[in-house]
Design a protein around this ligand. Structure first.
Ligand code: NAD
Length: 361
């Protein structure tokens, strides 16, 4: 059998980006080898460091690298050094991540919020609500809705402003399919969140999602109004498996779900489009306050690598191996400073990476 070779574009970026991405790359290397896959890593400049070296936060070479790769592993971009660049579209956050998503037509944002039982004390919720832990996946539409609809303007007298919420049925259908496909790999339950009692776009959303559900008879679909969902996430978060929702609702609900887990350093994300190529990144930023000190938590980046295995390389077993290894490292008591409790002795970024690798199957 010829060996499978996959190419991953690695964009470490700024601050702690390079430190956490290095650990994710080591984990990917180790797990891919065990599964008989050769991974080629090709590194590209992005963010503030790319601006310093090339004059652009997303140089054309980096974009070209991403276009031919099977997947993109992204660290984080930005920092005080680049906060005042003019025009603002040349600043790392606006000039790199948003255009990258746009250029690669990545319209689906997947944000799992998982609370490991051993980290229950980090959650702001009472232990009684958390049971065996939480495992929610928020699937957010990323390119439509009120953030992008036009007209979007303020009148000259400054007393009237307008944003426009538009959704096309094709946009809803494709994100709904991402949600249902994700649910198939999980507990096969999906909750579509909208505001169909008030908004026309939400009524279209509900119709289309219901229509798509006919293709997924194995998945149980429910609908929930967004205000109720915000409440249910606090009252009974364990009722959710996959939540699929439009751009603005997803923006808010994914942060709410994330906070239930209490630790920014543990949260991965994926941005997907048509086809298997995706962009994988920790939810956290470049954390300039702790950069270069070997104290950042690499688990969000490592768990992003697990998502990369699952969604872009179709290596579900390898993804599960990584997720289990992370869980076992946590259960064994290893903690970086951000998730350490009063009695814990924190370990560094590199050591946490090593502890995960030694627990791979
Ligand atoms: P941040 O996520 O970088 O940091 C917030 C706090 O969480 C800090 O105290 C930081 O030390 C801590 N933290 C974050 N990640 C951690 C980790 N892995 N381990 C341990 N602690 C961690 O958010 P911020 O401070 O608001 O932003 C810093 C910079 O990052 C800004 O320039 C911002 O624009 C940028 N940013 C980039 C992205 C991205 O690249 N996707 C996302 C958010 C913020």
């Amino acid at each position: 059998m010829s060996e499978m070779v996959k190419t991953i574009a690695v964009l470490p970026g700024d601050g702690i980006g390079p430190e956490v991405v290095e650990q994710a790359v080591q984990v990917l290397n180790a797990v891919a080898r065990r599964h008989g896959v050769t991974v080629l890593f090709e590194e590209g400049l992005v963010g503030g460091i790319a601006y310093d070296e090339t004059g652009h936060p997303l140089p054309p070479e980096t974009l070209a690298l991403c276009r031919h790769a099977d997947a993109i592993l992204f660290g984080a971009v930005g920092g005080p050094k680049w906060d005042r660049i003019e025009p603002p579209t040349m600043r790392p956050e606006l000039g790199a991540l948003l255009p990258l998503r746009k250029e690669l037509s990545l319209y689906a944002n997947l944000r799992p919020a998982r609370l490991y039982p051993a980290l229950a004390d980090a959650s702001p919720l009472k232990n009684a609500l958390l049971g065996e832990g939480l495992d929610i996946l928020v699937v957010r539409e990323l390119t439509g809705g009120i953030y992008f609809g036009t007209p979007k303007e303020r009148t000259e007298d400054g007393h009237r402003a307008i944003d426009t919420c538009i959704y096309f049925s094709e946009e809803i259908e494709r994100i709904a399919r991402v949600g249902f496909e994700a649910a198939l790999r999980r507990q096969r339950r999906i909750c579509s969140v909208d505001k169909a009692n008030v908004m026309e776009t939400s009524r279209l959303w509900r119709d289309i999602v219901t229509h798509v559900a006919a293709d997924y008879p194995q998945v149980e679909l429910t609908h929930m109004l967004v205000d109720n969902c915000a409440m249910q996430l606090i009252r009974n978060p364990r009722q959710f498996d996959v939540i699929v929702t439009e751009n603005m609702f997803g923006d808010i609900l994914s942060d709410e779900a994330a906070m239930l887990t209490g630790s920014l350093g543990m949260l991965p994300s994926a941005s997907l489009g048509n086809g298997s190529r995706g962009l994988y990144e920790p939810v956290h930023g470049s954390a300039p306050d702790i950069a270069g000190k070997d104290i950042a938590n690499p688990l969000a980046a490592i768990l992003s690598a697990a998502m990369l295995l699952r969604y872009s390389l179709d290596m579900e077993e390898a993804a599960l191996d990584v997720e289990r290894a992370v869980e076992h490292a946590i259960e064994a008591g290893y903690r970086t400073a951000d998730i350490a409790g009063p009695g814990d002795t924190p370990i560094g970024t590199r050591e946490m990476g090593e502890r995960v690798i030694e627990r791979l199957r």
